[in-house]
Design a protein around this ligand. Structure first.
Ligand code: GLA
Length: 731
């Protein structure tokens, strides 16, 4: 039983237990649902920790009469409400017909059932019925007919708890939601905490920042209509002594790809509150009588043994219980993508020339990137016209794909469905489908406008146009791109009073299209993309088991981007390619092997014209592909270890270990070489100290204890960005 209830009169305590964590909450005598504990498993009701003084200016519950120590402003809440005396960040806020803005939610009842709840129209974790339990706690406002159902999914073996809320209007008049977070987590238990988040920009996503919490509110968020390059919808809270391998931390990931807000508040008493969900600035949702609003889901995990365990929990959960479809577990094809090789300047002949050499070297699939459709010779025109440009691809897609298939390769294709160029037939026919506010000039991003995904006609058009292409030839892969941020929120599909629903309805339209297409084409591998990793989140992973991690293909910069990405997302989700040097984003020159080991820490491919390599380099490429295929399962299904921190250390080194610890692949690069340098030592993790391991290609055997406590000597470094690739197998 993952969920246990203890009741004593009107006091009800909920115990949500996973293999290594306990989440505890309690309904008190006033019917208020308090948070008690999220952390190490204990056998105690943690209520005894809630001992509050009479804090001035923290008012009291009316029913508490003269009990001045009872305040909503100090006590930990499960789903904090606006307007009734908790002055910290609210999780939910609603405006009633009389204009008042308050909710006072009290316990009504609860249900427990086998299996994990699902959320209609939204991505969410899934599990077999015997691997999860669901707790639903129903709360009701004291003065209105607004009800909230808090849903908890408990997945014990994964050490995961999921959360979402449903808000119901059971009354007769409209209620306007101005905030509806996915969860609220109060952490009252005394120690200080640090906050880690993942910030960045285009071509530099998910840089890691860790800092002590300051009194007041700190925030990481996106108002861009996508989860964004700038911030990621994940959060890591850790105690100051927490490292990769020891200490306490809590992680949260939102299963959502739109605008979001994560706020962390250190309150007047030194307690922490985290609230995460849809960004309230772009949210104002009318609930008519009888209607329900469902928030996106958040995934939570706790680790008492450092960030590595936390990452392993999220990797497993995302890989096995968020990603879906045929490609979830099978090895991904090694791709060649023509973007950096040709940009818009290609024709069928050029593509076939690239494909031929790639096929010869062992590549599995050619991906034809942007420029194959409409009038698309540069990024100023053509988006929306999903019809093959036969001037470029003489003979059409069918003939090109047949030739590529005849080389023994599969074929994939790029789309940017949500966009429209003003210079396109689609815009000329349906200017009203583009997002713009009447009477205002729309903001252009990369010259393009957005399609209104809240409009069912738009979604239908895209579905038909994409189906037509996917059926006209033997297509095995789709790259789903999204190359600008969203603003000018206005849709003709909603009345003035409901425009605040558009940002979330855009996501519902997008998810519905993704759901239909991925179901209609179950054999097609969908890869997400948004100018690289601008929409790298658990929501997109539900439809696309891999996401192009960054438009930066420079191997050195990529080690940092992939390091940040690895805190929450599994290696199998990370699209990563070898490109030409000097690198197109930084001008840096790195060795071919370093580029390859970096790209192998992901779903591997190439993005260059292999014809331009020397014969020796081509031979190297052939070996890299063979190596990736040999290690594919270890890389994607093994445990991933961050052995150094590329932000601060002199090398970026990581490893993959099989679940039974019989094999480890150590890869990465050493950044700079100095004269007379001693060799860099890296301690491995996750091995068995009793086992003996032989270093492949040598007769050298080491004990697991030696490799973990002493470490491995990395190869002597020569030049800059020296590659590392060492494979140890149980002797
Ligand atoms: C985005 C993607 C690139 C490429 C271009 C094409 O920037 O991230 O990989 O597909 O669009 O326009």
């Amino acid at each position: 039983m993952a969920i246990r209830i203890c009741s004593q009169k009107e006091i009800i305590t909920f115990w949500l237990e996973t293999d290594h964590s306990l989440y505890q909450m309690q309904v008190d005598g006033y019917g208020l649902l308090h948070h008690l504990w999220y952390g190490e498993k204990t056998d105690c009701e943690m209520q005894y920790l809630l001992d509050y003084p009479d804090v001035g200016f923290s008012g009291n519950l009316y029913e508490a009469e003269n009990q001045r120590t009872y305040s909503l402003d100090t006590r930990p809440q499960e789903y904090a409400c606006a307007g009734v005396g908790d002055y910290r960040i609210p999780a939910v806020s609603a405006v009633h017909a009389d204009g008042s803005n308050a909710l006072d939610l009290r316990y009504v009842n609860h249900t427990i059932r086998k299996g994990k709840y699902r959320i209609s129209g939204l991505p969410a974790m899934y599990a077999e019925d015997d691997a999860a339990e669901t707790l639903e706690i129903r709360l009701k406002d004291t003065a209105s007919d607004v009800e909230v159902t808090l849903k908890d999914g408990v997945l014990p073996a994964l050490d995961m708890i999921t959360r979402c809320a449903e808000i119901h209007n059971q009354g007769e008049t409209d209620v306007i939601l101005t905030r509806a977070a996915s969860f609220c987590l109060d952490i009252p238990y005394g120690s200080s905490w640090e906050w880690m988040h993942f910030h960045g920009r285009h071509t530099m996503e998910r840089q890691v920042e860790r800092m002590p919490l300051l009194h007041g509110i700190q925030e990481s968020s996106s108002r861009r209509g996508a989860s964004s390059h700038q911030q990621n919808p994940t959060l890591l809270l850790c105690q100051p002594d927490c490292t990769e391998t020891s200490g306490v931390c809590i992680g949260a990931a939102l299963v959502y790809s739109g605008s979001f807000q994560t706020q962390v508040e250190l309150d007047q008493l030194g307690q922490v509150r985290v609230v995460m969900g849809i960004h309230p600035d772009l949210f104002r949702w009318t609930l008519h009588a009888g209607e329900t609003f469902a928030t996106p889901e958040a995934m939570l995990s706790y680790s008492g043994t450092g960030m590595e365990t936390l990452s392993h929990n999220f990797h497993r959960a995302m890989r096995d219980h968020i990603c879906r479809g045929k490609y979830q577990h099978i090895e991904r094809p090694v791709l060649i993508n023509n973007w950096e090789a040709t940009y818009f300047d290609f024709n069928a002949e050029k593509i076939l020339h690239i494909a031929e050499e790639a096929a010869r070297l062992g590549v599995d699939m050619l991906v034809l990137d942007d420029g194959w459709f409409g009038k698309r010779n540069s990024d100023v025109s053509g988006l929306g016209d999903w019809v093959v440009n036969e001037k470029k691809l003489q003979g059409g897609l069918g003939s090109l794909v047949d030739k590529i298939r005849a080389m023994g390769m599969r074929f994939g294709i790029w789309f940017e469905p949500e966009m429209v160029s003003e210079d396109s037939d689609l815009y000329r026919t349906h200017p009203e489908w583009a997002i713009q506010i009447p009477g205002r000039q729309p903001n252009r991003g990369r010259y393009q406008l957005l399609l209104d995904m809240t409009n069912p006609d738009v979604v239908e058009y895209l579905y038909d146009a994409m189906c037509k292409i996917l059926r006209c030839a033997d297509i095995s892969y789709v790259k789903w791109d999204m190359n600008r941020s969203i603003c000018d929120w206005y849709t003709s599909t909603l009345p003035a009073a409901r425009q605040g629903e558009m940002a979330h309805r855009y996501m519902l339209g997008l998810y519905s299209l993704l759901e239909r297409l991925t179901s209609e084409f179950p054999d097609v591998l969908f890869e997400g993309c948004s100018g690289g990793g601008g929409r790298f989140d658990a929501g997109m992973l539900y439809y696309c088991p891999q996401i192009w991690c960054s438009d930066d293909t420079d191997a050195y910069e990529r080690t940092k981007i992939q390091y940040g990405t690895s805190f929450f997302y599994p290696i199998s989700a990370v699209g990563s390619h070898v490109s030409i040097v000097p690198n197109h984003q930084t001008g840096r020159v790195t060795p071919l092997e370093s580029r390859a080991v970096t790209a192998m820490a992901g779903s591997f491919g190439y993005e260059l014209d292999l014809n331009h390599l020397s014969e020796t380099e081509k031979e190297e490429v052939r070996k890299q592909i063979a190596q990736f295929k040999a290690f594919g399962s270890l890389i994607h299904n093994g445990k991933y270890y961050r052995l150094t921190n590329p932000m601060t250390d002199k090398a970026a080194i990581w490893s993959f270990v099989t679940q039974d610890a019989s094999e480890v692949l150590v890869q990465g690069m050493q950044f700079r070489t100095e004269p007379n340098m001693v060799r860099y030592v890296v301690r491995l993790r996750g091995l068995s100290s009793e086992k003996q391991y032989r270093l492949e290609g040598t007769e050298q055997v080491y004990s697991g204890a030696a490799l973990m406590y002493g470490g491995v000597l990395l190869p002597r470094s020569w030049g800059d960005y020296t590659p590392v690739s060492m494979h140890f197998v149980e002797a």
